[in-house]
Ligand binder design. Structure first.
Ligand code: BGC
Length: 753
């Protein structure tokens, strides 16, 4: 009976969706019959707003072009008024009154800024991550933006790459969960509502694998690695229904993404059944000229034929497609397909019904920076923080006495925001000093001294002019340090706030040295020499190399770029109002020389044997990271029992249950993220030493123990083999459960077909 009910519901929704699709097809068919070739090509043109520029050429957004129907969308428009003015021209003066699609990089929030995506992923909290996207959509759509260039789901194994900060780290399984949560958060169930927005998963594909971690650099990898390790999060976003996909700047198997027919058509559309539209990254078509693919006309035709629908900024489509059509290099059908997809997106967003549905001045005032939004931002930022070290229980701090906050990032709102926060900044951004005062209350005396500049490296200063300007010394290094030590003298505890400026991670922000800058480290050493307790709070976008700090500093907190509420979140953790539960989603190497260093690597034929020279290792440093994937401490301690398995011999579709008993062996309540990894030690291709397959969060009171059970099916054993067939292979499997990817319990099962 229940089943019949379900079938009827499914059937009814199928009929409704089919009916809606038919209505849309008729509407768009009718519209396209009236459109000229120029107008159709115009829909494929995504224009700049004249604001933020990252690529070489800037398309001018002229009212004239909108009037002629030569603009399909506009990116990163500066204000609601600007959006409204452009929309007015489009719907009142252009030939067929087609509304413009307004997109923006709403990456980690609109006005309420959440932690950067890498930080958020360390919460392992999909509900909260989804909520951040939901709130971002609520705020952005109240300001005329109905399309976001997010989520970025590029797997990254190289922390030199500044854009590692914009993704969910190194793991394909976790990255897929985050991709799903973000897409669903932005889009909800109904894109036509005035508070949901279209997602654009990016950068398709493999952008995070840029050689040497240098942004925009060449990517080259095997198909097996692509399918198993890099493609899953994009696929998850497609399965979650992302309305659009953005191409990447890099090569995929020798051909730039934007002109790659295999990638954009065979894989994305034919294999994954993607139904939305594809937009290029910023001037990515034009950049194919530099990749050696031909002149602008050639690369534009190549992009269209490959499956690109919209050209971001570069105007290659606008300026050459007509000529290519006349010369028989493309067909009218190629243009029609792309035009239809762009119009469909506008239709689904409800823009044809009411082009002004996202332009509501009232909502623009009431829907942003609301108390609920800020509360959510604080909660997410608090849960994104990872406790890296806490010897002798230095933390949490008491809410009494004097705290000296010292360091160039201690009193800075700008640097806790992260690199993408176009609209953010209207509200107050809480620095560490603000947060400690706020959360600590009147009984805590908070002092501040800058202590040092962020860097004295002239090369770095020259390449980040904003940084150069803000660090034009008022006091000399010696004076700054002297002043800091004087401040420290008055305090019971020192909170050293060090790390990276916001402009040192994100796009075009690769770094060859990812340690704490020497001028800051000098300050840290001087603070440690005072003999006072020192807590190091890190404000940074990417993983850093911290071997020295890990050896010499008793307490280290990875606070990332926490957004609007960063300072309050950090104070929540420092005072123990929240017991930290975040876990790293990216490996922290000991030195740049070890990179790429990631937990789910393959075994070598000569696995490390410290006593044997001819094994896979370095002579001057161990193979180990400072902090492995999945790592993060708590103010309490957890003990894991051995793994209990429901069976050790399984067949076909049976389900295995793996359980551990986790006990809170400390003195305070705490939340633990219990992680399940699996290894397939013998297969037809070499498989990783372990892969994350699931996790569970558990809250335990002091002394409390709970049994945590995780179910495993053959779906968790599947991988792409050398024929790119997705299946599992029978045999033995190692099951690991633990507190991070290194400290694990293990058990073994045998699974036959
Ligand atoms: C970035 C994209 C971004 C786009 C639009 C490009 O330079 O790579 O991630 O969405 O600019 O701002």
């Amino acid at each position: 009976m229940k089943r019949l009910g379900l079938i009827l519901v499914l059937l009814a929704s199928f009929i409704i969706i089919k009916g809606q699709d038919e209505k849309m097809n008729l509407f768009i068919g009718d519209l396209m019959n009236k459109m000229t070739l120029e107008e159709k090509i115009g829909q494929l043109n995504l224009n700049n707003s004249g604001g933020f520029v990252t690529g070489a050429s800037v398309s001018e957004q002229t009212p004239g072009k909108i009037r002629e129907g030569k603009i399909g969308g506009i990116i990163n428009a500066p204000s609601l008024a600007a959006i409204k003015a452009s929309m007015d021209i489009a719907v009142k003066e252009s030939p067929h009154h087609i509304p413009i699609l307004f997109g923006m990089d709403v990456i980690n929030g609109f006005q309420t800024i959440f932690p950067t995506p890498l930080a958020m992923s360390c919460s392992w909290d999909m509900a909260l991550i989804g909520k951040s996207a939901r709130i971002a959509a609520q705020e952005a759509t109240a300001n005329g933006i109905e399309w976001t260039y997010s989520p970025m789901v590029d797997i990254a194994r190289d922390p030199r790459w500044g854009r590692i900060a914009e993704g969910a780290g190194e793991d394909p399984w976790l990255g897929s969960q985050v991709a799903k949560a973000m897409v669903t958060g932005y889009q909800g169930n109904d894109l036509s509502l005035n508070n949901t927005m279209m997602a654009c998963v990016k950068h398709f594909a493999l952008y995070g694998a840029a050689e040497a971690g240098r942004d925009y650099n060449t990517v080259d990898m095997s198909k097996v690695t692509m399918y198993n390790d890099y493609l899953p999060p994009y696929k998850a976003a497609v399965e979650a229904g992302t309305g659009s996909v953005m191409t990447s700047f890099n090569l995929v198997d020798g051909i730039p993404s934007s002109g790659n027919h295999w990638l954009l058509t065979e894989l994305l559309r034919n294999q994954w059944d993607f139904k939305g539209f594809v937009v290029t990254d910023y001037t990515a078509i034009n950049e194919m000229i530099n990749h050696g693919m031909g002149d602008l006309q050639t690369v534009s035709a190549l992009a269209l034929k490959a499956g690109t629908d919209m050209d971001m900024i570069g105007e290659g489509f606008l300026s050459t497609l007509k000529k290519s059509l006349n010369e028989g290099k493309i067909t009218i059908n190629d243009i029609d397909i792309a035009c239809r997809r762009v119009l469909e997106a506008k239709y689904k967003l409800g823009l044809f019904d009411d082009p002004y549905r996202y332009l509501n001045e009232e909502r623009a005032k009431t829907d942003v920076l609301t108390p609920e939004n800020l509360k959510a931002a604080q909660e997410i930022a608090t849960r994104s923080i990872v406790l890296l070290k806490n010897d002798n229980h230095i933390l949490p701090l008491k809410k009494s006495g004097t705290i000296a906050v010292i360091g160039p990032l201690g009193n800075s709102g700008k640097d806790v925001k992260g690199s993408w926060s176009f609209a953010g900044g209207a509200g107050k951004i809480f620095s560490v000093v603000d947060g400690l005062k706020n959360i600590g209350g009147k009984s805590v005396n908070v002092l501040y001294a800058k202590g040092s500049e962020l860097t004295d490296n002239p090369y770095l200063l020259n390449s980040t002019p904003d940084q150069k300007k803000s660090s034009e010394p008022v006091l000399s290094s010696e004076q700054l340090q002297k002043e800091a030590l004087k401040t420290a003298e008055k305090a019971d505890v020192i909170v050293a706030v060090l790390g990276e400026s916001s402009s040192w991670s994100g796009e075009a922000s690769s770094m060859s040295d990812i340690g704490i800058q020497s001028i800051q480290q000098k300050l840290l050493k001087a603070l440690l020499a005072t003999g006072k307790p020192v807590v190091l709070v890190l404000i940074n976008g990417r993983p850093m190399t911290l071997p020295w700090e890990n050896e010499h500093v008793s307490a280290i907190l990875e606070a990332w770029k926490g957004g609007t509420e960063a300072g309050n979140a950090i104070a929540n953790v420092l005072f123990g109002d929240y017991n930290p539960s975040g876990k790293l989603t990216t490996t922290f190497p000991a030195t740049v020389g070890q990179i790429p260093l990631y937990y789910n690597h393959k075994n070598t034929g000569r696995p490390l044997d410290p006593g044997n020279k001819f094994t896979s290792k370095y002579l001057d440093v161990s193979n180990d990271p400072v902090y492995p994937f999945g790592y993060g401490l708590s103010y309490t301690t957890f003990e894991y029992s051995d793994i209990k398995l429901s069976k050790i011999q399984l067949k076909g579709d049976e389900t295995l249950t793996a359980s551990v008993t986790v006990t809170n062996t400390g003195k305070v309540a705490g939340e633990e993220i219990v992680q399940l990894y699996i290894q397939d030690p013998v297969a037809t291709i070499s498989r990783p030493v372990k892969e994350l397959k699931n996790f569970k969060k558990v809250l335990l009171q002091p002394g409390e123990k709970k049994d945590i059970s995780i179910e495993i099916t053959t779906n968790d054993l599947k991988f792409y083999n050398s024929d790119l067939k997705y299946d599992w292979e029978p045999g033995d499997f190692n099951i690991y459960i633990g507190t991070n990817s290194r400290d694990i319990k293990s058990a073994k099962v045998n699974w036959v077909k």
